[in-house]
Design a protein. Sequence first.
Length: 335
Amino acid sequence: MRSAETPHRVLTALRGRARRVAVLVGALLLLGTATAAAYWVASAQVQGTVEASTVGLVQELGPVGDAPSLSGTYTARAPALAGVVSLSNTGSRAATATLTVAARGGAVMDPTLSEAVQVAVAPVGNATECTPQRAMSTSVRGTPASGVTLDKVQVDPGQTVVVCVQTSLAAGDLAVHAGKQFEFTISSSLRYADGEQWTVQAEPLTVSQSIEKDRFEDLPRIEFGNSGNDPTVKWKAVDKGDLYRLSMAHESTPRDRVPFPSEADSQISVAQIVVHGETHKDLLQEFVDSDEDGDGLVRLYIETSKDGGQTWSLTAYAQLHISSKGNGGIKVKGS
């Protein structure tokens, strides 16, 4: 019996060991699969960290060709300035750009000047498209006093967007603010996603501007008397008795002088007659409008006679820029 049972027991034991071996092998196979999956997940995480997004912004301000830059001077002939701001996305993903023009905080200046300066901001294809005279139909407009913001401009990774900034002053404001200084800042940023860590800001740029002074100096206060509103009747200096006559010409045709009447029975300075004379404001505007160029630039000639009108000599020569309201500024070139 023992010899018969022994083979059975041995077989049973072998089968049981085989099952245990099979179970162990299956466990190892399952364990191997789980390890491979875990390793794959870990590898993907490492790879993702290596290729994480980066942010970066390079901001540059430059003049446009031969035209004056934003840091310039307003004149009667050039009452507008322009410059380009380039925003380069050095990050690894697309972003939206924002650019703001605002009066510089804490700057010592006339607050009314920051309200008078007109600003237009718009993206352009290249820097050559940005000139002081170019009309930008898609621009954002306003004044530095309230701030002008251009936003939602798409900038792809590695790309640069060019923004044109135009500033200008009306003729009347040029005269009012003659000789003054003005500063404003340009601030730019790129936003890649929600959250402060995904927004990068460039250091604000400071732009300094000025308004030409000499062109808007008033003529000396010389008193005149006249017996009638007639350009053929010469003015007479009240204090000296000298005769004076006034004529005007367009800047485009300086030799074509036109006599300009004085105010009747008045004693008034030349500057007041030309710039603020209510009586002849319409005549002044009519004269300016007759110029084909239509730029409002006028030459003023004042001649003096010391011998009762026999001979005349040029006493003062001035240049005016007259706005649509009949206001302007005068520069003296003479004594």
